[in-house]
Design a protein around this ligand. Structure first.
Ligand code: HEC
Ligand code: HEC
Length: 482
Protein backbone atom coordinates (compact mmCIF):
# COMPACT_ATOMS: atom_id res chain seq x y z
CA UNK A 1 0.00 0.00 0.00
CA UNK A 2 2.75 2.40 0.99
CA UNK A 3 4.59 1.58 -2.21
CA UNK A 4 1.44 2.21 -4.23
CA UNK A 5 0.99 5.62 -2.63
CA UNK A 6 4.60 6.40 -3.39
CA UNK A 7 4.14 5.42 -7.03
CA UNK A 8 1.06 7.57 -7.36
CA UNK A 9 2.86 10.52 -5.80
CA UNK A 10 5.81 10.02 -8.14
CA UNK A 11 3.48 9.74 -11.11
CA UNK A 12 1.67 12.86 -9.98
CA UNK A 13 4.93 14.77 -9.69
CA UNK A 14 5.93 13.67 -13.16
CA UNK A 15 2.59 14.65 -14.58
CA UNK A 16 2.91 18.04 -12.94
CA UNK A 17 6.32 18.63 -14.44
CA UNK A 18 4.78 18.07 -17.85
CA UNK A 19 1.72 20.12 -17.25
CA UNK A 20 3.62 23.06 -15.88
CA UNK A 21 5.59 23.80 -18.96
CA UNK A 22 2.49 23.29 -21.06
CA UNK A 23 3.83 20.13 -22.68
CA UNK A 24 1.03 18.33 -20.91
CA UNK A 25 1.22 14.65 -20.14
CA UNK A 26 -1.01 12.44 -22.21
CA UNK A 27 -3.15 11.18 -19.40
CA UNK A 28 -4.36 12.45 -16.04
CA UNK A 29 -5.16 9.16 -14.27
CA UNK A 30 -8.46 8.47 -12.53
CA UNK A 31 -6.73 9.13 -9.22
CA UNK A 32 -3.57 11.17 -8.90
CA UNK A 33 -1.93 12.09 -5.60
CA UNK A 34 0.29 15.11 -5.03
CA UNK A 35 2.49 16.24 -2.14
CA UNK A 36 1.88 19.52 -0.33
CA UNK A 37 3.35 21.09 2.82
CA UNK A 38 0.97 19.34 5.21
CA UNK A 39 0.43 16.03 3.44
CA UNK A 40 -1.07 14.77 0.22
CA UNK A 41 -3.98 15.74 -1.95
CA UNK A 42 -5.79 13.38 -4.29
CA UNK A 43 -7.47 14.39 -7.53
CA UNK A 44 -10.26 12.04 -8.54
CA UNK A 45 -11.63 11.98 -12.08
CA UNK A 46 -15.01 10.36 -11.62
CA UNK A 47 -15.42 9.67 -15.35
CA UNK A 48 -12.04 7.95 -15.58
CA UNK A 49 -8.60 8.99 -16.88
CA UNK A 50 -8.54 12.27 -18.81
CA UNK A 51 -6.65 12.46 -22.08
CA UNK A 52 -5.05 15.89 -21.75
CA UNK A 53 -3.51 16.06 -25.21
CA UNK A 54 -5.68 18.25 -27.40
CA UNK A 55 -7.98 18.91 -24.43
CA UNK A 56 -8.98 22.59 -24.26
CA UNK A 57 -8.66 22.75 -20.44
CA UNK A 58 -5.05 21.57 -20.68
CA UNK A 59 -3.78 23.07 -23.92
CA UNK A 60 -3.27 26.72 -24.79
CA UNK A 61 -6.37 27.49 -26.86
CA UNK A 62 -6.00 31.28 -26.57
CA UNK A 63 -3.21 33.53 -27.81
CA UNK A 64 -0.83 33.90 -24.84
CA UNK A 65 0.38 30.34 -24.28
CA UNK A 66 -1.80 29.81 -21.22
CA UNK A 67 -4.31 27.04 -20.67
CA UNK A 68 -6.93 26.79 -17.94
CA UNK A 69 -4.57 24.40 -16.14
CA UNK A 70 -1.94 27.15 -15.91
CA UNK A 71 -3.90 28.65 -13.00
CA UNK A 72 -5.93 25.59 -12.02
CA UNK A 73 -3.31 22.95 -11.20
CA UNK A 74 -4.23 19.46 -10.00
CA UNK A 75 -1.45 19.52 -7.36
CA UNK A 76 -2.86 22.76 -5.94
CA UNK A 77 -6.45 21.57 -5.52
CA UNK A 78 -7.22 23.01 -8.98
CA UNK A 79 -6.23 26.50 -7.87
CA UNK A 80 -2.57 27.59 -7.85
CA UNK A 81 -0.50 28.10 -4.73
CA UNK A 82 1.86 30.98 -4.01
CA UNK A 83 4.73 28.50 -3.72
CA UNK A 84 4.00 27.00 -7.15
CA UNK A 85 3.91 30.48 -8.71
CA UNK A 86 7.25 31.47 -7.17
CA UNK A 87 8.78 28.17 -8.29
CA UNK A 88 7.64 28.85 -11.84
CA UNK A 89 9.21 32.29 -11.80
CA UNK A 90 12.47 30.72 -10.64
CA UNK A 91 12.39 27.87 -13.17
CA UNK A 92 11.40 29.99 -16.17
CA UNK A 93 13.19 33.24 -15.34
CA UNK A 94 9.78 34.92 -15.35
CA UNK A 95 8.96 33.68 -18.86
CA UNK A 96 6.21 31.19 -17.94
CA UNK A 97 2.88 32.25 -19.52
CA UNK A 98 1.33 32.50 -16.04
CA UNK A 99 3.17 35.86 -15.80
CA UNK A 100 1.49 37.23 -18.96
CA UNK A 101 1.27 41.02 -18.80
CA UNK A 102 -2.50 41.18 -19.13
CA UNK A 103 -3.31 39.91 -15.63
CA UNK A 104 -0.18 38.13 -14.40
CA UNK A 105 1.46 41.47 -13.72
CA UNK A 106 0.55 44.40 -11.48
CA UNK A 107 -0.02 46.54 -14.54
CA UNK A 108 0.43 45.63 -18.22
CA UNK A 109 2.14 49.01 -18.80
CA UNK A 110 5.08 48.16 -16.51
CA UNK A 111 8.33 46.62 -17.83
CA UNK A 112 7.49 42.93 -17.78
CA UNK A 113 10.96 41.46 -17.23
CA UNK A 114 11.17 42.80 -13.67
CA UNK A 115 10.10 40.83 -10.65
CA UNK A 116 8.66 43.96 -9.03
CA UNK A 117 6.12 44.26 -11.87
CA UNK A 118 4.64 40.91 -10.82
CA UNK A 119 4.83 41.44 -7.06
CA UNK A 120 1.14 40.84 -6.35
CA UNK A 121 1.26 37.50 -8.14
CA UNK A 122 4.60 36.49 -6.64
CA UNK A 123 3.92 37.63 -3.09
CA UNK A 124 0.18 37.04 -2.73
CA UNK A 125 -0.85 34.77 -5.63
CA UNK A 126 -3.13 37.45 -7.11
CA UNK A 127 -4.31 37.94 -10.69
CA UNK A 128 -5.67 41.21 -11.98
CA UNK A 129 -9.41 41.14 -12.61
CA UNK A 130 -10.51 44.12 -14.69
CA UNK A 131 -14.21 44.87 -14.47
CA UNK A 132 -15.87 47.43 -16.65
CA UNK A 133 -17.24 50.46 -14.78
CA UNK A 134 -20.08 51.27 -14.78
CA UNK A 135 -21.14 47.63 -15.23
CA UNK A 136 -22.77 46.69 -18.53
CA UNK A 137 -25.91 45.38 -16.85
CA UNK A 138 -26.31 48.41 -14.61
CA UNK A 139 -25.49 51.71 -16.24
CA UNK A 140 -26.65 53.75 -13.24
CA UNK A 141 -24.91 52.41 -10.16
CA UNK A 142 -25.79 53.73 -6.71
CA UNK A 143 -22.27 55.01 -6.09
CA UNK A 144 -19.27 56.66 -7.67
CA UNK A 145 -15.72 55.30 -7.44
CA UNK A 146 -12.50 57.27 -7.06
CA UNK A 147 -9.00 55.83 -7.00
CA UNK A 148 -7.39 56.95 -3.73
CA UNK A 149 -4.21 54.93 -3.80
CA UNK A 150 -2.81 53.05 -6.77
CA UNK A 151 0.42 51.23 -5.89
CA UNK A 152 0.41 49.29 -9.19
CA UNK A 153 -0.48 52.32 -11.30
CA UNK A 154 -3.03 50.30 -13.24
CA UNK A 155 -6.17 52.02 -12.01
CA UNK A 156 -4.87 55.42 -13.13
CA UNK A 157 -3.26 54.11 -16.29
CA UNK A 158 -4.35 55.96 -19.48
CA UNK A 159 -4.95 52.65 -21.21
CA UNK A 160 -6.10 50.24 -18.46
CA UNK A 161 -7.49 52.59 -15.82
CA UNK A 162 -10.86 53.78 -14.58
CA UNK A 163 -10.82 56.96 -16.66
CA UNK A 164 -8.64 55.38 -19.33
CA UNK A 165 -9.53 53.56 -22.54
CA UNK A 166 -10.57 50.43 -20.64
CA UNK A 167 -12.94 52.19 -18.19
CA UNK A 168 -12.20 49.38 -15.80
CA UNK A 169 -11.72 48.91 -12.09
CA UNK A 170 -8.80 46.52 -11.52
CA UNK A 171 -8.95 44.38 -8.41
CA UNK A 172 -6.58 41.55 -7.56
CA UNK A 173 -7.92 38.10 -6.67
CA UNK A 174 -6.94 34.50 -5.97
CA UNK A 175 -8.01 31.71 -8.37
CA UNK A 176 -10.73 29.50 -6.93
CA UNK A 177 -10.63 25.69 -7.09
CA UNK A 178 -12.15 24.16 -10.22
CA UNK A 179 -13.25 20.93 -8.55
CA UNK A 180 -16.08 19.57 -6.42
CA UNK A 181 -18.20 21.92 -8.49
CA UNK A 182 -21.51 20.15 -7.92
CA UNK A 183 -21.37 21.74 -4.47
CA UNK A 184 -20.65 25.18 -5.95
CA UNK A 185 -23.30 24.98 -8.66
CA UNK A 186 -26.27 23.47 -6.79
CA UNK A 187 -28.83 26.28 -6.49
CA UNK A 188 -30.68 26.88 -3.23
CA UNK A 189 -33.90 24.90 -2.82
CA UNK A 190 -36.06 27.96 -3.54
CA UNK A 191 -35.80 30.11 -6.69
CA UNK A 192 -35.10 33.06 -4.37
CA UNK A 193 -32.03 34.57 -2.88
CA UNK A 194 -33.45 34.07 0.61
CA UNK A 195 -31.19 36.72 2.10
CA UNK A 196 -32.32 39.48 -0.22
CA UNK A 197 -35.79 38.31 -1.20
CA UNK A 198 -35.12 38.60 -4.92
CA UNK A 199 -35.13 35.97 -7.64
CA UNK A 200 -31.90 34.10 -8.36
CA UNK A 201 -30.23 34.68 -11.74
CA UNK A 202 -31.18 32.14 -14.38
CA UNK A 203 -29.23 29.95 -16.75
CA UNK A 204 -29.98 31.64 -20.10
CA UNK A 205 -30.17 28.25 -21.83
CA UNK A 206 -32.40 26.30 -19.46
CA UNK A 207 -34.21 29.15 -17.71
CA UNK A 208 -33.47 27.44 -14.39
CA UNK A 209 -32.14 29.30 -11.34
CA UNK A 210 -28.37 29.18 -10.74
CA UNK A 211 -26.55 28.99 -7.41
CA UNK A 212 -24.85 32.40 -7.68
CA UNK A 213 -21.96 30.96 -5.70
CA UNK A 214 -19.28 31.03 -8.38
CA UNK A 215 -16.47 33.63 -8.54
CA UNK A 216 -15.80 36.17 -5.78
CA UNK A 217 -18.62 38.35 -7.12
CA UNK A 218 -20.97 35.71 -8.60
CA UNK A 219 -20.68 37.43 -11.98
CA UNK A 220 -20.81 34.14 -13.93
CA UNK A 221 -23.90 32.03 -13.42
CA UNK A 222 -22.90 28.94 -15.38
CA UNK A 223 -19.72 27.08 -16.29
CA UNK A 224 -20.22 27.98 -19.94
CA UNK A 225 -20.43 31.70 -19.28
CA UNK A 226 -17.47 31.44 -16.94
CA UNK A 227 -15.33 29.51 -19.46
CA UNK A 228 -16.03 31.97 -22.25
CA UNK A 229 -15.06 34.82 -19.94
CA UNK A 230 -11.85 33.04 -18.82
CA UNK A 231 -10.97 32.37 -22.47
CA UNK A 232 -11.34 36.03 -23.46
CA UNK A 233 -9.55 37.46 -20.41
CA UNK A 234 -6.94 35.07 -18.95
CA UNK A 235 -6.19 33.29 -22.26
CA UNK A 236 -6.58 36.44 -24.40
CA UNK A 237 -8.56 34.28 -26.82
CA UNK A 238 -9.93 36.02 -29.89
CA UNK A 239 -11.92 33.56 -32.02
CA UNK A 240 -14.16 32.21 -29.27
CA UNK A 241 -14.32 28.66 -27.98
CA UNK A 242 -16.11 26.17 -30.25
CA UNK A 243 -19.20 24.43 -28.83
CA UNK A 244 -17.13 21.23 -28.76
CA UNK A 245 -14.34 22.87 -26.74
CA UNK A 246 -16.85 24.38 -24.33
CA UNK A 247 -18.49 21.01 -23.84
CA UNK A 248 -15.14 19.35 -23.19
CA UNK A 249 -14.12 21.99 -20.65
CA UNK A 250 -17.38 21.89 -18.70
CA UNK A 251 -17.55 18.08 -18.79
CA UNK A 252 -14.06 17.90 -17.27
CA UNK A 253 -14.93 20.51 -14.63
CA UNK A 254 -18.07 18.69 -13.52
CA UNK A 255 -16.39 15.35 -12.82
CA UNK A 256 -13.22 16.35 -11.03
CA UNK A 257 -13.00 16.08 -7.22
CA UNK A 258 -10.16 17.05 -4.90
CA UNK A 259 -9.42 16.76 -1.18
CA UNK A 260 -6.55 15.92 1.16
CA UNK A 261 -6.10 12.17 1.64
CA UNK A 262 -3.05 12.02 3.91
CA UNK A 263 -1.90 14.42 6.59
CA UNK A 264 1.43 14.56 8.40
CA UNK A 265 -0.30 14.74 11.76
CA UNK A 266 -3.52 12.80 11.26
CA UNK A 267 -2.02 10.25 8.79
CA UNK A 268 -4.51 8.36 6.56
CA UNK A 269 -7.62 10.51 6.15
CA UNK A 270 -9.82 8.07 4.28
CA UNK A 271 -10.87 4.47 4.59
CA UNK A 272 -11.83 2.53 7.68
CA UNK A 273 -14.31 4.16 10.04
CA UNK A 274 -12.74 7.63 9.79
CA UNK A 275 -14.69 10.86 9.30
CA UNK A 276 -17.09 10.51 6.38
CA UNK A 277 -16.39 13.93 4.85
CA UNK A 278 -12.71 13.49 4.05
CA UNK A 279 -11.14 12.54 0.70
CA UNK A 280 -12.47 13.06 -2.81
CA UNK A 281 -14.40 9.76 -2.99
CA UNK A 282 -16.70 11.03 -0.24
CA UNK A 283 -17.20 14.30 -2.11
CA UNK A 284 -18.23 12.28 -5.14
CA UNK A 285 -20.58 10.13 -3.06
CA UNK A 286 -22.36 12.75 -0.96
CA UNK A 287 -25.29 14.88 -2.14
CA UNK A 288 -24.87 18.57 -2.89
CA UNK A 289 -27.33 21.11 -1.58
CA UNK A 290 -27.66 19.91 2.01
CA UNK A 291 -27.88 22.51 4.76
CA UNK A 292 -26.04 22.15 8.07
CA UNK A 293 -28.19 20.45 10.74
CA UNK A 294 -27.55 18.49 13.95
CA UNK A 295 -28.28 15.29 11.98
CA UNK A 296 -25.88 16.26 9.19
CA UNK A 297 -23.30 18.82 10.28
CA UNK A 298 -21.21 20.68 7.67
CA UNK A 299 -18.31 18.24 7.66
CA UNK A 300 -20.31 15.28 9.02
CA UNK A 301 -19.06 13.54 12.15
CA UNK A 302 -15.57 13.52 13.63
CA UNK A 303 -16.74 11.42 16.60
CA UNK A 304 -14.46 8.55 15.55
CA UNK A 305 -11.45 10.80 16.21
CA UNK A 306 -12.50 12.07 19.63
CA UNK A 307 -10.71 9.14 21.25
CA UNK A 308 -7.85 8.66 18.84
CA UNK A 309 -4.30 10.03 18.50
CA UNK A 310 -3.58 13.43 19.99
CA UNK A 311 -3.53 15.04 16.55
CA UNK A 312 -6.84 13.50 15.51
CA UNK A 313 -8.40 14.67 18.77
CA UNK A 314 -7.22 18.17 17.93
CA UNK A 315 -8.88 17.94 14.49
CA UNK A 316 -12.12 16.78 16.11
CA UNK A 317 -11.98 19.72 18.55
CA UNK A 318 -11.34 22.08 15.62
CA UNK A 319 -14.46 20.76 13.91
CA UNK A 320 -16.39 21.29 17.13
CA UNK A 321 -15.21 24.91 17.43
CA UNK A 322 -16.10 25.54 13.78
CA UNK A 323 -19.61 24.20 14.27
CA UNK A 324 -20.50 25.17 17.81
CA UNK A 325 -18.34 27.92 19.27
CA UNK A 326 -20.51 31.01 19.46
CA UNK A 327 -19.15 34.53 19.14
CA UNK A 328 -20.61 37.94 18.34
CA UNK A 329 -20.83 38.26 14.57
CA UNK A 330 -20.96 42.01 13.99
CA UNK A 331 -21.43 44.50 11.16
CA UNK A 332 -21.47 41.94 8.35
CA UNK A 333 -23.68 43.08 5.45
CA UNK A 334 -26.07 40.34 4.24
CA UNK A 335 -25.73 38.53 7.60
CA UNK A 336 -26.38 41.07 10.35
CA UNK A 337 -28.63 43.04 8.01
CA UNK A 338 -31.12 40.25 7.27
CA UNK A 339 -33.00 39.96 10.55
CA UNK A 340 -30.52 37.94 12.59
CA UNK A 341 -29.71 41.02 14.68
CA UNK A 342 -26.51 43.00 15.03
CA UNK A 343 -24.52 41.69 16.75
CA UNK A 344 -25.71 38.09 16.51
CA UNK A 345 -24.25 35.31 18.63
CA UNK A 346 -23.43 32.59 16.11
CA UNK A 347 -20.69 30.21 15.00
CA UNK A 348 -18.56 29.95 11.85
CA UNK A 349 -21.29 27.72 10.43
CA UNK A 350 -23.88 30.54 10.30
CA UNK A 351 -22.10 31.62 7.13
CA UNK A 352 -20.34 28.40 6.16
CA UNK A 353 -23.45 26.22 6.25
CA UNK A 354 -23.39 23.94 3.19
CA UNK A 355 -22.61 20.30 3.90
CA UNK A 356 -19.28 18.98 2.50
CA UNK A 357 -18.10 22.30 1.01
CA UNK A 358 -18.37 24.83 3.85
CA UNK A 359 -19.90 27.33 1.45
CA UNK A 360 -23.27 29.06 1.86
CA UNK A 361 -26.48 27.43 0.63
CA UNK A 362 -27.88 30.84 -0.27
CA UNK A 363 -25.79 33.06 -2.58
CA UNK A 364 -22.71 33.46 -0.41
CA UNK A 365 -21.55 37.04 -0.86
CA UNK A 366 -21.25 38.85 2.46
CA UNK A 367 -18.92 41.63 3.49
CA UNK A 368 -17.00 39.76 6.14
CA UNK A 369 -14.74 42.81 5.97
CA UNK A 370 -11.54 41.45 4.40
CA UNK A 371 -11.60 44.16 1.71
CA UNK A 372 -13.43 47.04 3.44
CA UNK A 373 -11.74 49.60 5.71
CA UNK A 374 -11.46 49.45 8.73
CA UNK A 375 -11.76 45.66 9.13
CA UNK A 376 -9.73 44.89 6.03
CA UNK A 377 -6.48 42.97 6.02
CA UNK A 378 -4.46 45.88 4.61
CA UNK A 379 -2.44 48.70 6.20
CA UNK A 380 -4.16 51.99 7.07
CA UNK A 381 -5.68 54.09 4.25
CA UNK A 382 -2.90 56.70 4.42
CA UNK A 383 -0.11 54.10 4.57
CA UNK A 384 2.70 54.15 2.04
CA UNK A 385 3.26 50.40 2.36
CA UNK A 386 -0.06 49.45 0.73
CA UNK A 387 0.20 46.82 -2.01
CA UNK A 388 -3.42 46.81 -3.15
CA UNK A 389 -5.36 49.69 -4.71
CA UNK A 390 -7.67 51.69 -2.46
CA UNK A 391 -10.95 53.01 -3.82
CA UNK A 392 -13.19 55.62 -2.24
CA UNK A 393 -16.78 54.75 -2.92
CA UNK A 394 -19.46 57.39 -2.39
CA UNK A 395 -23.11 56.40 -2.36
CA UNK A 396 -25.56 58.79 -4.01
CA UNK A 397 -27.85 60.73 -1.64
CA UNK A 398 -30.98 58.94 -2.88
CA UNK A 399 -29.45 55.44 -2.61
CA UNK A 400 -29.84 53.16 0.38
CA UNK A 401 -26.47 53.32 2.20
CA UNK A 402 -24.36 50.32 3.17
CA UNK A 403 -26.02 49.04 6.38
CA UNK A 404 -22.92 49.43 8.59
CA UNK A 405 -20.44 51.61 6.75
CA UNK A 406 -22.66 54.47 5.60
CA UNK A 407 -22.18 56.41 2.37
CA UNK A 408 -18.43 56.85 2.10
CA UNK A 409 -16.45 53.63 2.10
CA UNK A 410 -12.80 52.86 1.48
CA UNK A 411 -12.26 49.46 -0.05
CA UNK A 412 -9.58 47.47 -1.87
CA UNK A 413 -12.18 45.32 -3.66
CA UNK A 414 -15.86 46.34 -3.83
CA UNK A 415 -16.69 42.69 -4.67
CA UNK A 416 -20.29 42.02 -5.66
CA UNK A 417 -21.01 45.78 -5.83
CA UNK A 418 -18.89 46.01 -9.00
CA UNK A 419 -21.55 43.88 -10.67
CA UNK A 420 -24.77 45.15 -9.08
CA UNK A 421 -23.80 48.77 -8.47
CA UNK A 422 -25.49 48.55 -5.03
CA UNK A 423 -24.10 50.21 -1.91
CA UNK A 424 -25.25 47.30 0.25
CA UNK A 425 -22.96 44.96 -1.74
CA UNK A 426 -19.73 46.90 -1.25
CA UNK A 427 -17.00 44.51 -0.11
CA UNK A 428 -19.31 41.48 -0.33
CA UNK A 429 -17.23 38.48 -1.41
CA UNK A 430 -18.68 35.05 -2.22
CA UNK A 431 -17.51 32.38 0.21
CA UNK A 432 -15.43 29.71 -1.50
CA UNK A 433 -15.19 26.05 -0.67
CA UNK A 434 -12.99 24.74 2.16
CA UNK A 435 -11.55 21.74 0.31
CA UNK A 436 -7.88 21.18 -0.49
CA UNK A 437 -6.92 24.25 1.56
CA UNK A 438 -3.55 22.74 2.49
CA UNK A 439 -2.54 22.68 -1.18
CA UNK A 440 -3.40 26.24 -2.12
CA UNK A 441 -2.16 28.94 0.29
CA UNK A 442 -2.48 31.93 0.52
CA UNK A 443 -6.10 32.47 1.56
CA UNK A 444 -8.92 34.98 1.28
CA UNK A 445 -9.85 36.63 -2.00
CA UNK A 446 -6.87 38.98 -1.68
CA UNK A 447 -4.27 36.42 -0.59
CA UNK A 448 -3.81 38.27 2.68
CA UNK A 449 -3.60 35.21 4.94
CA UNK A 450 -0.33 33.44 4.14
CA UNK A 451 -1.25 30.48 6.33
CA UNK A 452 -4.36 28.97 7.89
CA UNK A 453 -3.13 30.37 11.22
CA UNK A 454 -3.22 33.88 9.77
CA UNK A 455 -6.75 33.19 8.52
CA UNK A 456 -7.86 32.07 11.98
CA UNK A 457 -6.11 35.10 13.53
CA UNK A 458 -8.13 37.38 11.26
CA UNK A 459 -11.40 35.92 12.61
CA UNK A 460 -10.12 36.06 16.18
CA UNK A 461 -9.48 39.80 15.79
CA UNK A 462 -12.49 40.58 13.61
CA UNK A 463 -15.02 39.06 15.98
CA UNK A 464 -13.04 39.28 19.24
CA UNK A 465 -13.33 35.52 19.60
CA UNK A 466 -10.63 35.19 22.28
CA UNK A 467 -9.48 31.81 21.08
CA UNK A 468 -6.62 30.24 23.06
CA UNK A 469 -3.44 29.22 21.25
CA UNK A 470 -4.59 25.59 21.44
CA UNK A 471 -8.03 26.41 20.01
CA UNK A 472 -6.45 28.24 17.09
CA UNK A 473 -4.20 25.28 16.43
CA UNK A 474 -7.21 22.94 16.60
CA UNK A 475 -9.00 25.01 13.93
CA UNK A 476 -5.87 25.06 11.76
CA UNK A 477 -5.44 21.28 12.08
CA UNK A 478 -9.09 20.78 11.19
CA UNK A 479 -9.06 23.05 8.13
CA UNK A 480 -5.81 21.44 6.97
CA UNK A 481 -7.28 17.92 6.58
CA UNK A 482 -10.20 18.98 4.41
C1 HEC B 1 -4.42 33.52 -15.32
C2 HEC B 1 -5.02 32.61 -14.39
C3 HEC B 1 -6.29 31.90 -14.79
C4 HEC B 1 -6.53 31.16 -15.93
C5 HEC B 1 -5.58 30.93 -17.10
C6 HEC B 1 -7.85 30.62 -15.78
N1 HEC B 1 -8.40 30.99 -14.59
FE1 HEC B 1 -10.13 30.33 -13.80
N2 HEC B 1 -9.94 31.63 -12.24
C7 HEC B 1 -8.88 32.49 -12.07
C8 HEC B 1 -9.21 33.45 -11.03
C9 HEC B 1 -8.31 34.57 -10.53
C10 HEC B 1 -10.51 33.13 -10.58
C11 HEC B 1 -11.33 33.88 -9.52
C12 HEC B 1 -11.91 35.13 -10.17
C13 HEC B 1 -12.87 35.90 -9.30
O1 HEC B 1 -13.22 35.41 -8.22
O2 HEC B 1 -13.29 37.01 -9.70
C14 HEC B 1 -10.93 31.96 -11.35
C15 HEC B 1 -12.14 31.30 -11.17
C16 HEC B 1 -12.56 30.22 -11.94
C17 HEC B 1 -13.77 29.47 -11.70
C18 HEC B 1 -14.77 29.69 -10.57
C19 HEC B 1 -14.65 28.66 -9.47
C20 HEC B 1 -15.53 28.97 -8.28
O3 HEC B 1 -15.89 28.05 -7.54
O4 HEC B 1 -15.87 30.14 -8.05
C21 HEC B 1 -13.88 28.55 -12.71
C22 HEC B 1 -14.98 27.53 -12.90
C23 HEC B 1 -12.72 28.73 -13.57
N3 HEC B 1 -11.93 29.73 -13.05
C24 HEC B 1 -12.50 28.04 -14.75
C25 HEC B 1 -11.50 28.36 -15.67
C26 HEC B 1 -11.45 27.85 -17.04
C27 HEC B 1 -12.46 26.91 -17.65
C28 HEC B 1 -10.33 28.38 -17.61
C29 HEC B 1 -9.84 28.19 -19.03
C30 HEC B 1 -10.75 28.58 -20.08
C31 HEC B 1 -9.69 29.21 -16.59
N4 HEC B 1 -10.43 29.19 -15.46
C32 HEC B 1 -8.48 29.86 -16.76
C33 HEC B 1 -7.68 32.45 -12.75
C34 HEC B 1 -7.49 31.80 -13.97
C1 HEC C 1 -20.13 36.42 8.75
C2 HEC C 1 -19.91 35.31 7.86
C3 HEC C 1 -18.70 34.45 8.14
C4 HEC C 1 -18.35 33.85 9.34
C5 HEC C 1 -19.07 33.92 10.67
C6 HEC C 1 -17.15 33.11 9.07
N1 HEC C 1 -16.78 33.26 7.75
FE1 HEC C 1 -15.21 32.34 6.82
N2 HEC C 1 -15.63 33.37 5.11
C7 HEC C 1 -16.64 34.29 4.96
C8 HEC C 1 -16.46 34.99 3.72
C9 HEC C 1 -17.35 36.07 3.15
C10 HEC C 1 -15.31 34.44 3.12
C11 HEC C 1 -14.65 34.92 1.82
C12 HEC C 1 -13.83 36.14 2.19
C13 HEC C 1 -12.62 36.41 1.38
O1 HEC C 1 -12.24 35.55 0.57
O2 HEC C 1 -12.02 37.49 1.53
C14 HEC C 1 -14.83 33.41 4.01
C15 HEC C 1 -13.76 32.58 3.75
C16 HEC C 1 -13.32 31.56 4.58
C17 HEC C 1 -12.36 30.53 4.22
C18 HEC C 1 -11.84 30.27 2.82
C19 HEC C 1 -10.56 30.89 2.52
C20 HEC C 1 -10.09 30.67 1.09
O3 HEC C 1 -9.31 31.50 0.67
O4 HEC C 1 -10.47 29.74 0.38
C21 HEC C 1 -12.15 29.77 5.32
C22 HEC C 1 -11.24 28.56 5.45
C23 HEC C 1 -12.98 30.31 6.38
N3 HEC C 1 -13.69 31.38 5.88
C24 HEC C 1 -13.03 29.82 7.67
C25 HEC C 1 -13.86 30.34 8.66
C26 HEC C 1 -13.80 29.95 10.05
C27 HEC C 1 -12.84 28.92 10.63
C28 HEC C 1 -14.75 30.68 10.72
C29 HEC C 1 -15.05 30.71 12.19
C30 HEC C 1 -13.93 31.08 13.04
C31 HEC C 1 -15.41 31.51 9.73
N4 HEC C 1 -14.85 31.29 8.50
C32 HEC C 1 -16.46 32.37 10.01
C33 HEC C 1 -17.66 34.52 5.85
C34 HEC C 1 -17.70 34.09 7.17
Amino acid sequence: MRFLVFCLVALGALWMAWAQDARVGELLPREATFENPSGRLTVLNADGPVATKGHPFFEPVGTNGRACVTCHQPANAMSVSGDAIRERWRASGGKDPIFAAIDGSNNPSLPQDQEASHSLLLKRGLFRIALQWPPARNAEPEFTIEVVSDPTGVNRDPRWGLTGVAHAVSVFRRPRPVANLKYVLEPDSTPFNVKLGVLLDKDPETGLPVSMNMMADARAGTLKIQAEDAYRTHLEGKKGLTPGELAQITAFEKQVYVAQTWDRGAKELTGGDGPGALGPANLLKEQAGVLNSPAKPVFLSFAAWQKDTEFRQSVARGNDIFLNRQFWVKNVGHINSIGLGNPAKRSCAVCHNAVMSGMDRAPGWVDLGTTNYPTWTEPDVASTTAELPVFKVTCRAEAKPHPFLGRVIYTSDPGRALITGKCADIGAITMGQFRGLAARAPYFVNGSAKTLMELVDYYDRRFDMRLTGQEKQDLVNFLGVL
